[in-house]
Design a protein around this ligand. Structure first.
Ligand SMILES: Cc1cc2nc3c(=O)[nH]c(=O)nc-3n(C[C@H](O)[C@H](O)[C@H](O)COP(=O)(O)O)c2cc1C
Length: 210
């Protein structure tokens, strides 16, 4: 029983992140990498691990990056979920994206704040009707008695002909990064790691050992 994975070894040789390729604006570099991930056909290129902290214990899950604008990364969720409750107590997060086809990882660390309700509203209303209903009826992260409980809530909502409005507890967060690290897999495990750290006026750029 079990799985032995020690023999699995991959050589990273797709690309390099040379000092000359590092542009001073990490958001522009992120945009370039994101566009390359899309072009490369990565599956779910906007999926990212969102790590939060509860007391001194971490928890992590995937959420979808929905926008990068004005220097912040946006995602949407239920404010009363486990992550939502953790963020109420500690707004510091880590976001991790992995684009295996390009052998790239991006690590973002920063602080989140809730989006203005009209911004959440706009995004909510852009979602397909079924997704909006699910967001309304699902008490995300709570223990429920059965799948049927959820399905009944879903069909009950539809047959009651209720308005499909964004509930107060559903919306977005913006993560304002304090640091962004770009990792490019390299030959012989000599990977490239470039970290941008926010300073008052600009970004400090450093190369880290792999
Ligand atoms: C590919 C993928 C995308 C997801 N996107 C989201 C998302 O954008 N927002 C969200 O709340 N949950 C999303 N989820 C579900 C979360 O991973 C998680 O199950 C849920 O948010 C509850 O997490 P929590 O109990 O830690 O709050 C996604 C899951 C996967 C696998």
């Amino acid at each position: 029983m079990g799985i032995k994975l020690a023999h699995i070894r991959k050589n990273y040789q797709k690309s390099k992140l040379s000092d000359g390729d590092v542009i001073g604006d990490p958001f522009l570099l992120f945009e370039n990498w994101y566009n390359e991930a899309v072009k490369n056909g990565e599956s779910e290129p906007n999926a990212m691990v969102l790590s939060t902290v509860n007391g001194n214990k971490p928890s992590a899950r995937i959420v979808l990056l929905k926008e990068l604008s004005e220097g912040s990364f946006l995602f949407f969720t239920n404010y009363n979920s486990r992550k939502g409750n953790e963020l109420k107590l500690n707004p510091f997060v880590a976001l991790t994206l992995f684009w295996p086809g390009l052998e790239r990882q991006v690590r973002i660390e920063g602080e989140v704040g809730k989006l203005r309700s009209d911004v959440s509203e706009n995004y909510f209303n852009s979602r397909p009707e079924e997704s909006r209903i699910s967001a309304i009826i699902s008490p995300q992260s709570q223990v429920i008695p059965s799948k049927k409980f959820l399905e009944d809530k879903f069909t009950g909502f539809i047959s009651a002909n209720q308005p499909i409005q964004r509930p107060e507890h559903w919306g977005g967060y913006r993560c304002i990064p304090e640091s962004i690290e770009f990792w490019q897999g390299g030959e012989h495990r000599l990977h490239d790691r470039i970290r941008f750290t926010k300073e008052i006026e600009n970004w400090k750029i450093e190369r880290l050992a792999p």
